[in-house]
Design a protein around this ligand. Structure first.
Ligand code: PLP
Length: 380
C-alpha cells in the first residue's frame, strides 16, 4: 500500500463488534486477567492501550519502522532516548536543534553525569571531531531549528555506524511525508506529534519509531518504567491528524515556497532561510532528502534590532504570535525570546539565534492572504 493509503488504513481498521469505520477510543486503565499472573495483550494502560497501539502501528508504518512508542510530549520522547545512556557516556547533538532539547540536554540529562557536546551537523568533519570514545548517541534535526540547516542523514548514519553510535533524528519538521530517516540508516526517529502529525494545534504528544526490535524493547522498557505515555483521547486526535498528513504537508510546503520567493525579493527583509530556495546551502541535499519540497517552515531576518523585530511579529493578523508549528493555522515567532529563549546567551549568538530572526510556520490558509499579512507587518 502507498503512504497515503497506509495513513488512512493501517491502525484504523473498522471495529469488528459494531462495524464502526473508526475504531473506538479505549479509556480503561486496567484489564481483567483470566487468572493471577496471566494476562492478555493488555493489562494496564501505562503498559499498553488499544487506542495508543493503533496510533503506534500507523506511525511505525509511515516511518518504515518495526515499532513505535507514543509519548505524552515530544520532550518525553527525547528524554526516553537519553535514558539509554548512563553516567560517563556522551551525546553529540547538532547545534541547530529545538530550544527545549537543548535545555533538556544541558540542564536535566547532564545531572545524570551524561556529557553533551554540540557540533554543526551539516559539517561532517566537525561532527566527527566532537565524537569521543564515550559517545553513544548522535542527535540531529533536519531541517534544523531555527536556521533551517539541512543535514545529510545518510552520511550521519555512516558516521554513526563507524563509531558504533546510535543515530537519532528529530523528524518533526520534515515529517515522514518528506523524509524517512530510518530508510536512510538512522536508528531512532523522534517526533513532537504536537506539530504536523496532530496538525491542528489541539494535542500535545510525542513519538519514537525504530527499526531494530531489540532497541524497541529497550525503549519500551524505559517508557513503561518511567510512564510518560500518551493518553487515549490524545492518541485518537493524533491518529485522526495522520489521515490528512500528506495532503497538509505537501500543500503547506508549496505555500512556504511561494512565501519564501515573495520575501526574498523584498528590501524590508535581510535574509530568507528556506531550503527550497536555490541559494540555500542545503538546497540540493534537501531536494534529494525531502521528496523535492522544502518543507513548511521558514526563517527570515529583518534589518533592525530586537525591538524592531518584535514590532514586526506583533503586527500580523492571520499569523498568530505563538510558539509551536505544523498546524493548519500559520504562526509567527521570535526564536530569541520565544522558542529558543532557553539557550544560554553565548550559545544563542554562536548558533545563529539572532535578535532579528523571525520564524514562520506556514499553515493551510490561502497563500495570497498570508502574503498580504506579511506585507503589512513588514512595514512596522
Ligand atoms: N522537537 C521539535 C523540532 C520541536 O519543535 C518541539 C516543540 O516545539 C519539540 C521537539 C518538543 O515537543 P513537545 O513540545 O511536544 O514536547
Amino acid at each position: 500500500m502507498q503512504f497515503r493509503t497506509r495513513a488512512i488504513h493501517v491502525g484504523s481498521e473498522p471495529d469488528a463488534g459494531t462495524g464502526a469505520v473508526v475504531p473506538p477510543i479505549h479509556v480503561a486503565s486496567t484489564y481483567i486477567q483470566p487468572e493471577p499472573g496471566v494476562c492478555g495483550e493488555f493489562d494496564y494502560a501505562r503498559s499498553g492501550n488499544p487506542t495508543r497501539k493503533n496510533l503506534e502501528r500507523t506511525l511505525a508504518s509511515l516511518e518504515s519502522g518495526c515499532g513505535a512508542l507514543a509519548f505524552a510530549s515530544g520532550m518525553a520522547a527525547v528524554h526516553c532516548v537519553t535514558m539509554l545512556l548512563k553516567a560517563g557516556e556522551h551525546i553529540v547533538a547538532a547545534t541547530d536543534i529545538y530550544g527545549g532539547t537543548y535545555r533538556l540536554l544541558h540542564r536535566v540529562v547532564d545531572r545524570a553525569g551524561i556529557q553533551v557536546s554540540l557540533a554543526p551537523s551539516r559539517d561532517l568533519d566537525q561532527l566527527a571531531a566532537a565524537i569521543r570514545p564515550t559517545t553513544r548517541l548522535l542527535w540531529i534535526e533536519t531541517p534544523g531549528n531555527p536556521q533551517m540547516s539541512i543535514t545529510d542523514i545518510r552520511a550521519c548514519a555512516e558516521l554513526a555506524a563507524r563509531h558504533n553510535l546510535l543515530l537519532g533524528v528529530d523528524n518533526t519538521f520534515a515529517t515522514p511525508v518528506l523524509t524517512r530517516p530510518l530508510e536512510l540508516g538512522a536508528d531512532i526517529v523522534m517526533h513532537s506529534a504536537t506539530k504536523y502529525l496532530g496538525g491542528h494545534s489541539d494535542v500535545l504528544g510525542g513519538a519514537l519509531v525504530v527499526r531494530d526490535p531489540e532497541l524497541f524493547d529497550r525503549l519500551y522498557f524505559l517508557q513503561n518504567a518511567t510512564g510518560a505515555t500518551l493518553g487515549p483521547f490524545d492518541a485518537f486526535l493524533v491518529s485522526r491528524g495522520l489521515k490528512t498528513l500528506a495532503l497538509r504537508v505537501v500543500e503547506q510546503s508549496r505555500s512556504a515556497q511561494r512565501i519564501a520567493e515573495f520575501l526574498e525579493g523584498d528590501p524590508r527583509v535581510s535574509q530568507v532561510l528556506y531550503p527550497g530556495l536555490p541559494h540555500h546551502p542545503g538546497h540540493e541535499l534537501a531536494f534529494r532528502q525531502m521528496n523535492g519540497l522544502g518543507g513548511a517552515m521558514l526563517s527570515l531576518t529583518v534589518p533592525g534590532d530586537l525591538a524592531r523585530t518584535q514590532r514586526v511579529v506583533q503586527r500580523t493578523r492571520l499569523f498568530h504570535l505563538a510558539v509551536s508549528l505544523g498546524a493548519v493555522e500559520s504562526l509567527i515567532e521570535q526564536p530569541a525570546t520565544m522558542s529558543h529563549a532557553s539557550y544560554a546567551a553565548a550559545d544563542r549568538a554562536a548558533h545563529g539565534v539572532a535578535d532579528n530572526l523571525i520564524r514562520l510556520s506556514i499553515g493551510l490558509e490561502d497563500v495570497r492572504d498570508l502574503q498580504e499579512d506579511l506585507d503589512r507587518a513588514l512595514d512596522a
